[in-house]
Design a protein around this ligand. Sequence first.
Ligand SMILES: Cc1cc2nc3c(=O)[nH]c(=O)nc-3n(C[C@H](O)[C@H](O)[C@H](O)COP(=O)(O)OP(=O)(O)OC[C@H]3O[C@@H](n4cnc5c(N)ncnc54)[C@H](O)[C@@H]3O)c2cc1C
Length: 476
Amino acid sequence: MTIPPAILWFRNDLRLSDHAALRAAMETGRPVLPLFILDDAAAGQWSPGGASRWWLHRSLTALQRSLEQRGSHLTLRRGDSLTIIATLAAGGAEVFTGGSPDPWARRLDKSVSDALPGRVHRMRTATLFHPDSILTKTGGPYSVYTPFANACLALGGPRQPDSAPGTIPAVPARDLATIPSDRLEDWNLLPTKPDWAAGLRETWEPGETGAMDRADSFLTHGLSGYADARDRPAGDGTSMLSPHLHFGEISAAQLWHKALVRPAGKGRDIFIKELLWREFCANLLWHNQGLPESPLKPEFARMPWRDDRPALAAWQKGQTGVPVVDAGMRQLWQTGWMHNRVRMIVASFLIKHLMIPWQDGEAWFWDTLVDADLASNAGNWQWVAGCGADAAPYFRIFNPVLQGEKFDPQGDYVRGFVPELARLDARHIHAPWQAPPDALARAGVTLGKSYPKPIVDLAAGRARALDAYAEIRRNA
Ligand SMILES: Cc1cc2nc3c(=O)[nH]c(=O)nc-3n(C[C@H](O)[C@H](O)[C@H](O)COP(=O)(O)OP(=O)(O)OC[C@H]3O[C@@H](n4cnc5c(N)ncnc54)[C@H](O)[C@@H]3O)c2cc1C
């Protein structure tokens, strides 16, 4: 190559604005070679699941378009990242990339840095702060959310984000012609038969423009009412920005500053604190690399989990007979996303009422969520299971009926995703097995036929879980 380029190795930061690695690559004055590598072998068990692959295809399409509008071109490669980068950098190129707390990504970063000493520049593109910059007074990582969030707030917020460059210096065409690039279509990231992605297509617009549009719309219309609306799964009271944040189509710093120019209020404060939950999870994973697989509280490894495949399958399909659980699991399947309140309810039901390992739920979420994020997924599953660093108390077992009645009082959320119960009145919709026969008949519901009977007795399931948790604590 005539001039060795600055390789811009995109990771979970598929945007052009507020991109520290892009900015640093451009500051070298070299041509910039944007690159994305799909490296399933390096990610292993945590390579993107089905819903994430769908999103990735759409997001890379959007990124390709944005780069081309700026006179640049995205090189796509599938395979071993180290070999690909070492080959591209053989002529003296420098590499600019973002960081990630994911264990496999950190291992990969180290091997690339070792192979190209002094030529790999890792910048922070995914989190608000570097995980090693938020430490307790004794220099250790935080294991409790509130002091962690206070420490972040005391820093006065992240740096001001910058806008996308108007043009990006391209690798000369004759050099680019020598660099192999895959066709995105050949990666087969989209489902074919069966095509389960219709609901995803209706719900989402992946890419930086879609992310900005959603952020602006939420901050304009949703932020002021967020404090009250965010716990109601039937409305659109939350931002639904999580997949855009996970893929880095918008940065947490951009959102933070966009929120801060809005009128002060409870909604704004809570929204910032939610961004800090994301940050906390990333921090937890950075400092506890076993988070996705092993309980942070080791005594929980002795939990007497049940191996109940039929119950797991019923949960996955939204056929447990517990309406709010089924609505959540079907929302997940149809749209690739589930409301946070309902994520907590379905996770608690799986772990506690069914006594199925949290890792099984984590794996299902990994495959089906468009926002599947190793740190947030593992951190939250451990939180619900009570085995995480800053965990829900072990005796907190969500009662799905009471949760449904409190947060979906009219039953609209359940009706939206469980049409079999659509005609059941609000008084009975969260516990149809307690409804009088004439109410069921009027609504056209036959339990065990048109809609399942509950697969577990809620009181007995709760008692069983409490016993098991008490036993773990006794022997801790
Ligand atoms: C069992 C379980 C698994 C989860 N798995 C994931 C996951 O894989 N990926 C993921 O992004 N979130 C996960 N969450 C957290 C949370 O449910 C989602 O971030 C949230 O529902 C996304 O919707 P939103 O963008 O409308 O959130 P908003 O309420 O608009 O919040 C704004 C942003 O704050 C962050 N955030 C909010 N709550 C949390 C939280 N509890 N933990 C971490 N970040 C948070 C998200 O980035 C979110 O986009 C999980 C929660 C549970 C209980």
